[in-house]
Design a protein around this ligand. Structure first.
Ligand code: F6R
Length: 607
């Protein structure tokens, strides 16, 4: 989604802004721009396309001592130079960047158009600059405060005015904004990755809060101009975590990082002596957890797939009815919220609008919502009633990989704790802990097969349709495998329960539609083999992920990827790895932009 950077300080503003925008590239965008000021001389440069095209406009020049920059992911108006941010007011005195959506922009625009004013863009943003200019009476903070109540929708904005060089005013309502504090320099950003190279001291704005920065200080206040004292927090990420470190793509790096990121998700959260898990951040006493009669996990996309597996496991181990719901849907179905139900939201970014709104809807109805997030200080992390961080480190590739396995790891610890409070024995609890602890080793051994999986991608990447099929806990993994393949390679893929194919999808099978089967050595193995044979009988190509030693599978499938044996419930962690690698290499072979696939954004902050 869109990204914002702002800078006031002693360095050339264009350099800081362009570097910040480069760091925000991963969020997905289709145009970019900056406006830099040297005194009251502003230079505005914006361009459709990638940051490198904006860089070409700037050339070798280093410009300005303050300024604002933006990466735009088109919503209102196509991706072109005119619609790119920053946008200016009628006279050009006010310059502004905006994340979010102004729902009443058309109505607001009409007022200006009726007095003969002309807008340059089709965006919902430009009108805010016009309004601020109109409200300006010598003080930018006051003008912004006057305009904000008139806007309906969501925004994170950064604004500058020619009469107040060296100052940026920011405001937040529904789109993240963070202030970075340096020595004689200040930063504004929609995401800490943009400023991590310069500072680790951050102040996260809440909805309804404004900030005004100059190179020597900042002021946080609200719409009534009441000063708000904010806590300065330390950004826990390291700069090297947001760099590729020798890998060709962030996605490749993040797939490989799973060996460590998984252990970080359960480190310090497992107790062998009592054979249970402990998630302190939930802020719930044991008797409260014992009183839980229903668990609902809300999430979107990949996080929803993790949630489906988590729900399956909670019900299986803890014997508590549990389900996963698409956050975009639960919000609008007027859900029944009961006092003994426990709600979880799962979100890598902690900013996904659908999930955030689902959480707020449940909270409005009096429900308790706990968050599983990766991004520290994110909106969901701050607004949930308790929660747990994934500690996967920054996930930069748009396609989620390591966050998925970390989400699973935390959900497994949760299921274990709920189960140990109920029917799960010490022996069975210990088995789960032991199996979790050896996962990194098993993941490493799968990663050693990268060359084999790359060769399979070479063989199959020209097919245009795929089915991903699994059962039980591996059914959501099949959905995740299909999602990964389609989002980064643009090959059409569907994920189904293998049992379901005979109810429809089998009609798609012919020699041009390969099926990717997930076949653990569990209770349903033989039934899955039957499904494989049904596909084979219809000349469908078969790729299988199976357990080492399962030679029967090699006799049925065209190609097999073997994974190590593990406890039945642990297979989702291992099954997903080959699907991630397969998607990655298919995308590479097809020449796709793996880290920034078309039309996608990293954190989807619009509904
Ligand atoms: C797929 C992917 C998306 C996200 C979804 C939710 O690779 O990344 O499907 O999983 O947009 O995002 P979060 O987890 O940030 O709420």
């Amino acid at each position: 989604m869109c990204g914002i950077v702002g800078y006031c300080g002693y360095r050339p503003a264009s350099v800081v802004l362009l570097e910040g925008l480069k760091r925000l590239e991963y969020r997905g965008y289709d145009s970019a721009g900056i406006c830099v000021g040297t005194g009251n001389k502003f230079e505005l440069l914006k361009k459709r396309g990638k940051i490198r095209e904006l860089n070409e406009l700037v050339g070798k020049r280093t410009l300005g001592d303050f300024g604002i920059g933006h990466t735009r992911w088109a919503t209102h108006g196509e991706a072109n130079d005119r619609n790119a941010h920053p946008h200016t007011s009628a006279s050009g005195d006010v310059v502004l960047v905006h994340n979010g959506i102004i729902e009443n922009y058309a109505e607001l625009k009409k007022e200006f158009e009726s007095s003969g004013q002309i807008f340059q863009s089709e965006t919902d943003t430009e009108v805010i600059a016009f309004m601020i200019e109109d409200a300006y009476k010598g003080n930018l903070e006051n003008a912004v405060r006057e305009v904000l109540p008139l806007l309906k929708g969501t925004y994170g904005i950064a604004v500058i005015h020619k009469n107040e060089p060296g100052k940026i005013v920011g405001a937040r309502n529904g789109s993240p904004l963070v202030l970075g504090i340096g020595e004689h320099e200040m930063f504004l950003a929609s995401d800490v990755t943009a400023i991590l190279a310069y500072t680790k001291d951050a102040v996260y704005l809440n909805d309804g809060e404004l900030v005004s920065i100059t190179k020597d200080g900042y002021r946080t206040f609200d719409i009534n101009d009441t000063i708000i004292q904010k806590q300065v927090e330390q950004i826990s990420w390291e700069l090297e975590q947001i760099e590729k470190r020798g890998f060709k793509h962030f996605m490749q790096k993040e797939i490989h990082e799973q060996v460590e990121s998984i252990s970080r998700a359960f480190q310090g959260r497992l107790n062998k002596e009592s054979a249970t898990g402990h998630l302190g951040g939930l802020n719930m006493l044991p008797n409260e957890l014992l009183g839980v009669r229903r668990v609902i996990i809300m999430a979107a996309g990949t996080s929803y797939h993790a949630g489906m597996i988590g729900a399956y496991l909670i019900e299986k181990l803890a014997r508590i009815p549990a389900s996963a719901e698409l956050s975009s849907e639960i919000r609008y179905k007027n859900p029944v919220v009961e006092h003994d139900s426990l709600y979880f939201v799962v979100s890598q970014s902690g900013e996904t609008a659908d999930t955030l709104q689902a959480m707020r809807e449940i909270q409005r109805k009096g429900g308790k919502v706990l968050g599983l997030c990766n991004v520290v200080g994110s909106t969901i992390a701050r607004e949930s009633d308790g929660g747990v961080y994934l500690h996967s480190g920054p996930e930069i590739a748009v396609a989620s990989t390591k966050a998925f396995t970390s989400q699973l790891a935390v959900l497994y610890v949760l299921a274990l704790s709920l189960a140990r409070m109920r029917h799960l024995s010490i022996e069975d609890g210990l088995k789960i802990i032991n199996a979790l602890e050896v996962l990194p080793e098993k993941i490493s051994s799968i990663l050693k097969q990268t060359a084999h999986i790359e060769a399979l991608a070479e063989k199959y990447h020209r097919y245009e349709n795929f089915l991903f099929l699994g059962r039980g806990m591996n059914y959501p993994v099949a959905m995740e495998g299909a999602l990964k393949l389609k989002e980064i390679s643009y090959i059409h893929a569907e994920g189904y329960s293998a049992a379901e194919i005979k109810h429809g999808p089998i009609a798609l099978i012919n020699e041009n539609t390969p099926s990717f089967f997930l076949v653990p050595d569990d209770l349903l193995r033989d039934k899955v083999i039957t499904n494989m044979k049904e596909v084979k009988a219809r000349k469908g190509k078969l790729i299988a992920v199976a357990v080492e030693g399962d030679l029967e599978i090699a006799g049925i499938a065209d190609d097999v990827i073997y994974i190590p044996h593990t406890e039945e419930i642990m297979y989702p962690f291992l099954m997903v790895l080959p699907t991630q690698l397969f998607a990655y290499y298919c995308a590479i072979k097809l020449g796709r932009d793996v880290d920034q696939p078309r039309n996608l954004a990293k954190s989807v902050t619009v509904e």
